[in-house]
Design a protein around this ligand. Structure first.
Ligand code: ZN
Length: 145
């Protein structure tokens, strides 16, 4: 029985470290999707793929993804989340969600422009906060444009 692997790009947010079953939320998401996980942990999730704060941050993520692909990952899962401290404050929840969805789609398109990613499936998720609990995230899959 072959095990599928995915490289998961997600934030360093500590709320991702504590899933309900004692696993990281990223790991929980991977299991739910049927993958074993290569975690690629970066402040802001995909932010450095679309708007790197410093020269080299984007290359660092790509290197981690390339190593994961070299070790058998056939999928890349991109995860951003609400209430992310790596992003500036938003004026509304609507603006916040729109920005994350745009960043996820732009990150996905950017990776698709790289030759080594032509055979890789890319999926995107926005982790939205459950309304009544600021520590619970619900993963919503984002469709490509
Ligand atoms: Zn974050």
């Amino acid at each position: 029985m072959g095990q599928k692997f995915a490289a998961m790009v997600a934030c360093v947010d500590p709320r991702f470290l504590h899933g309900p079953n004692g696993l990281t939320l990223t790991h929980e998401l991977a299991i739910g999707l049927g993958f074993r996980c290569f975690p690629v942990t970066r402040a802001g999730g995909v932010q450095d793929l679309v708007r790197p704060i410093r020269e080299g941050h984007r290359d660092s993520i790509i290197r981690d993804l390339m190593v994961s692909i070299g070790h058998g990952a056939q999928d890349v899962v991109l995860v951003n989340h609400e209430d992310c401290k790596a992003y500036p404050r938003f004026s509304s929840l609507d603006e916040e969600r729109r920005t994350h969805v745009e960043d996820l789609r732009n990150a996905s398109q950017f990776l698709r422009s790289i030759d080594d990613f032509q055979e890789i499936n890319i999926r995107m998720f926005l982790a939205e906060l459950e309304q009544r609990n600021p520590d619970i995230f619900i993963f919503k899959e984002i469709r490509p444009v």
